[in-house]
Design a protein around this ligand. Sequence first.
Ligand code: FAD
Length: 402
Amino acid sequence: MREATAAVDGSLSTVDADPLAPRPQDVAARDLCRRLAVDVVEPVAREADETRTFPAEAVRALAAEGILGASLPTELGGLGWDALQLTHLYEEFGRVDQSVRGFLSVHLGLVCQCLFDAGSEQQRQTWLPRLASGEVFGAYALTETGAGSDAAAIATHAVADGDGWRLSGEKVWITNGLSAGVFLLFATVDPELRHKGVTAFLIPGDAEGLSRDRMPGHELGHRGSEHARLTLDRVRVGPDQVVGGIGGGFEVAMGGLDHGRLGVAAGAVGLLQACLDATIEFCRERRQFGKRIGDFQMVQERIADMACDTDAARLLTKRAAWMAIRDLPRTREVSMAKLFATEAACRWASETVLLHGSRGYVNERPVERHFRDAPGLRIYEGTSYVQRIVIARDLVGREARS
Ligand SMILES: Cc1cc2nc3c(=O)[nH]c(=O)nc-3n(C[C@H](O)[C@H](O)[C@H](O)COP(=O)(O)OP(=O)(O)OC[C@H]3O[C@@H](n4cnc5c(N)ncnc54)[C@H](O)[C@@H]3O)c2cc1C
């Protein structure tokens, strides 16, 4: 049950500060990330997409500015940013490139924050400074061929071996999976137990028995990302590599998704803002029938609706971030932000291509890439249908069983 401090309608009154007034630290975070997005990521985004190459050099340049540890405390080598500052980070990088934004959501949200929340002191000290500096990249390995939305159905199994385990199985679609130096990987100690058997393990990238290759096929979008298939053949793990206890992995996975989904929502806001900016600029310059196309009422209606959805997505995202800062239960609000922002991103990326006419249909402008990147946002970290299940279940509650 949610605590009494959270209003029933989840409104912004649940927090004690004006969410519309940017704090100095938000302005600083936004300005730094905007500068890095424009100077470092944007210039390489098109080539990374065309060549399907992870822009490792650009990501290393972000590491040098501390971005790869943004969500971690300064004692662990991070920037100590809170959830609201992180929404600026994801929005600014999402504005120029979903592949790098996706890298950051996984590395920061799903791995660093998850490990910080659920890891032992020894695990934190061993891995988090290395992740923060960019010495190693993190990946989060949950999905399997037979277990996507139904994460409790994972078949990668952990068999007891002395004081530890041996893991065997296969993971698919693992972002950052080719170059990751550490995996937060989920396996089951007993498939019959469903979610109660799921256990999280920290697996170093060079673990014996772990192999990785690129997912087959060409992705629709996020082509600058690494999507890997992992094969585990009796990978040995010791007791110090278990995160959150045996059988505690499902909770670890879902806790990570509260961070990760917020990053996806903020990334979608960035994509929406990019589409809006591109559309406004184009509608001011393109003339037909003797007028700027931005002077036609039908086009104005589209621009006005796109602006409203962009702001609404941003406000839903910021509400969830404020709730994170206050440590309030927020799974529903995070899902609402992810659902609304990613659906709007898909809708408006498509409309932006249309509003650009033939110029939206080639890769000389980034709107074509935004259009291909947007559908991925609705799929990973829980599809839009799954977000609706999370929201509705929280509202309706589960029926009591006798
Ligand atoms: C670009 C990209 C990056 C990814 N990165 C990662 C990563 O880093 N780590 C990782 O572990 N995974 C990753 N994934 C995998 C991703 O999380 C899964 O694709 C996602 O959870 C959906 O699983 P699935 O593809 O197996 O679809 P399925 O679960 O098979 O779903 C197929 C369809 O059925 C619907 N459906 C399923 N169950 C229900 C239900 N109960 N009610 C209504 N509809 C339902 C779904 O919404 C969907 O529309 C990534 C995927 C992509 C595309």
